[in-house]
Structures are given as C-alpha cells and as structure tokens.
Design a protein around this ligand. Structure first.
Ligand SMILES: Cc1cc2nc3c(=O)[nH]c(=O)nc-3n(C[C@H](O)[C@H](O)[C@H](O)COP(=O)(O)OP(=O)(O)OC[C@H]3O[C@@H](n4cnc5c(N)ncnc54)[C@H](O)[C@@H]3O)c2cc1C
Length: 387
C-alpha cells in the first residue's frame, strides 16, 4: 500500500521530464501566446515529440501506453506554467483519445490513434448554443442517406476547445430528436470534410492561447465507417459522452491543481524576495499563514485529483471522486490565484508577472466539463443514495 503522492520511479521520471519541458519550452511563450490568443505551432510539434499527445495510446499505435495518472501528472505540470497548454493536452488525452480507445472500432483505432499520438490534434464537440449543462438536449442532426448509407450532419457546435488546431473532431449529433438522449450518436469528422467549417473563434477572459470555436455543419456527409464504435453505437453515444466526461473531469481537476501550484510558487518566491518594513514579506506571520493555508488547500486538492485518477486506473468506480476533485480543485485554483495576485501587490495586477494571467485562467475551471453546480448535483445524488 502506498500513499497517493508517492510516485513510482517511472512516474517520478515522467513528472520531472514534463516539469523541465514546461519550464524550458513553454514558459518563454506564455505571455505572447496569451496576448496573441494563438497557440505556437512549434510547441504543438514538441508536445507530440515528447509523447504528451498520445499518453494512453498503446505502443503498437505509436503512443506512450501510459495511465490516466500519468496524463494527470502531465496536465498538472504543464498547467503550473500555462493552463492554456494544459487544456490542449488534457482534451487530447482524457477526452478524444480516451473515447476512441474505449469505444472506437479496431479500424478507427488503427486509422486515428497513430496520427493523433504523433502529429495531429483532436477536439471533442458536444456543447451547442442551447445545450450546455443540459448536454443531451443537443440539436445537431445526423440524417441517414439510405442510398449510400452515409450520415449527413446539419447544425452547429459551440465552445469547442482545440478547434483551430484540430484535424479530427468527435462530434455528437442526434439521429432522431424525438428519441431524446437515445438518438445521440458520435461521429468522427475530419477537418477537410466538405460541408464542415470552423466558425467564430471566441475572444476569452483566460486560457487565451487555447482555441475555442464554433463548428458549422451544412450537409456534411460522413461515411458510416465514421460512426464512433460502428452501427451498434448509433443512438447510444450518450454513454460515450457521460463516461468520457467523467474521466475528463479528473483532467480538469489536474489543470486547476497545476494552476494553483504554479500561482503558489510565484507567490512564495516573490514573498521571499520583496522587502517591506525592512524585511522580506515571507517573514511576516500574516503572509506565512496565507501561504501555509494556500499550500494546504493545494495538497488537499492534489489528494482528491490523484485519488480519482488512481481509482480510474484501478478499474474502480470513480464518478463521485472525480466530481469532488474537479469541484475542489477549481475552487482552490481560484482562491490561490486570487491570493497570489494580492501577495504581489500592485505588481500582481499587471501583465509583467505571471499571476495576473493565472487569475484570469482560473475562472474556467468552474465552468467547463460540467459547471460546479453540475458537479454538486452529481455528488449530491451519489452521497444521498449512500446515506
Ligand atoms: C473555454 C471553454 C471551452 C470549452 N470547451 C468545450 C469543448 O471542448 N467541448 C464541448 O463540448 N464543450 C466545451 N465547452 C462548453 C462547456 O462545457 C459549457 O460551457 C458548460 O458545460 C456550461 O454550459 P453553458 O455554457 O451552456 O451554461 P449553462 O448550462 O447555460 O449554465 C449557466 C449557469 O446555470 C447553471 N445551471 C444550469 N443548469 C442548472 C441546474 N439544473 N441547477 C442549477 N444551476 C444550473 C450553471 O451551473 C451555470 O452557472 C467549453 C466552454 C468554454 C467556456
């Protein structure tokens, strides 16, 4: 039996490799990528080269054959430097790859996994303008063309992370709105498919280097071979969405955990350097207590996130733990980033120091992959059933 934060030698090596990479290769790009709201193409290539875009993919398909826990370590370390890069890595590993690995047909795995692990980016498209928290009220329509067997997609998706960089999109649509959630089907749509277009790119408060776009489908014809999981999963992809998002939530917990740890590190280092009243800020007890409380909150979020990931890797139930991990990590991230801005004083309010950006980036943790209210609803249902 080992403690949650005791890492195996492989996990330690993996974490320190990602940490070094984030500090050397990502840190110099953070400010310009944020200002330009643009993801650096060279960095995308390096993420693939390091194996971070194919963590759970088996070696036979060119991946790293890693665990969800390793994906969590990667997202945490990257997000300590830039949560916008963290979410790109997170969506690829915990949503797109995880859905293909769990639900894809052998032919889909053979076609998609090698390219995603080594050179392309994926996106996961569930939300629409009128269906966010109520995701299964989606309207995007897939109509079967009986002559060819193809499906024809019409409609639009909103808020899709990685859309500007992605070559492969997992798109949820309904084959029959009258069937409610039992019409939901997931399609693999490639970027250059006729009838498919990337729409408006959102101008965001935080994680600005991560693209968030609308997707437009107008008579977009998709072969039946592109139904994720094959014909058996027509009308059953609500399971794909639910189960993938349950896992993805742990990844967002890791993103928020990393953000909090990064903000704390900046705050602590600044407090040790900055002098007022003749001594470093870190020598004032009021400052020490704030930093101690922040460190304690971060550690409790870490335990929740690591536990949820280890449960998932062990094949155990993790739904409640994943919801709790995301809920707490996103709250801790917001509080820590806010306090970090205060520790920096006026310097925390300007863009010359990284905490201003981390404060803006923290807000998204309570919104995507299920808002905090939705996490509370899941937790309430589960704990009350146990009571
Ligand atoms: C930057 C960004 C990236 C995103 N990336 C993706 C992506 O890659 N793929 C994807 O599919 N989606 C993505 N999303 C969409 C995201 O998952 C949704 O925004 C989120 O699920 C909330 O949906 P909504 O925005 O429609 O808010 P709404 O569902 O309209 O919620 C608005 C408010 O009402 C509350 N609320 C809703 N229902 C209830 C209820 N029953 N009881 C109490 N309160 C309730 C919510 O908690 C929230 O506070 C992204 C969003 C953003 C902003």
């Amino acid at each position: 039996m080992q403690a949650l934060t005791q890492l195996s030698p492989d996990e330690q090596l993996f974490r320190s490799t990602v940490r070094d990479f984030a500090r050397k290769e990502i840190a110099p790009l953070v400010r310009s990528m944020d200002e330009e709201a643009h993801f650096d193409a060279g960095l995308l290539r390096k993420l693939h080269e390091l194996g971070l875009m194919g963590i759970p993919v088996p070696e036979q398909f060119g991946g790293a054959a890693g665990t969800l826990f390793e994906a969590v370590l990667a997202v945490e370390e990257i997000s300590a430097v830039d949560p916008a890069v963290g979410v790109l890595v997170d969506v690829q590993n915990t949503l797109v790859l995880s859905a293909i690995l769990r639900w894809g047909t052998e032919a889909q795995k053979k076609q998609l996994l090698p390219q995603l692990a080594t050179k392309t980016i994926g996106a996961y498209a569930l939300s629409e303008a009128a269906s966010g928290s109520d995701a299964f009220a989606l309207q995007c329509r897939a109509t079967r063309d009986e002559a060819s067997g193809d499906y024809v997609l019409n409609g639009a998706k909103l808020w899709i992370t990685n859309a500007a960089e992605a070559a492969v999109f997992l798109v949820f649509a309904t084959v029959d709105p009258a069937l409610g959630y039992k019409g939901i089907t997931c399609f693999v749509v490639e970027k250059d498919t006729p009838g498919f277009a990337i729409g408006r790119k959102e101008d965001k408060l935080g994680i600005r280097a991560s693209s968030t776009c609308e997707l437009l489908f107008r008579d977009c014809r998709v072969p039946v071979a592109n139904v994720l999981g094959g014909l058996e999963l027509v009308g059953k992809a609500y399971k794909v969405a639910i189960e993938t998002l349950n896992e993805g939530r742990i990844g967002i917990g890791a993103q928020m955990l990393g953000l909090a740890a990064g903000a704390w590190r900046h705050a602590a280092r600044y407090a040790k350097e900055r002098k007022q009243f003749g001594k470093p800020l870190a020598e004032f007890q009021a400052m020490q207590f704030q930093l101690a409380r922040m460190a304690t909150e971060i550690e409790s979020a870490r335990l929740l996130v690591y536990n949820a990931a280890r449960l998932k890797d062990a094949g155990a139930d993790f739904l409640k733990e994943a919801a709790m991990a995301k809920l707490v990590a996103s709250e801790v991230a917001e509080r820590t980033a806010s306090l970090a801005v205060e520790v920096f004083g006026g310097a925390g309010f300007v863009k010359d120091y990284p905490v201003e950006k981390l404060y803006r980036d923290a807000k998204i943790g309570k919104i995507y992959e299920g808002t905090s209210f939705m996490q509370l609803a899941t937790i309430a249902k589960l704990v009350l059933a146990e009571a």
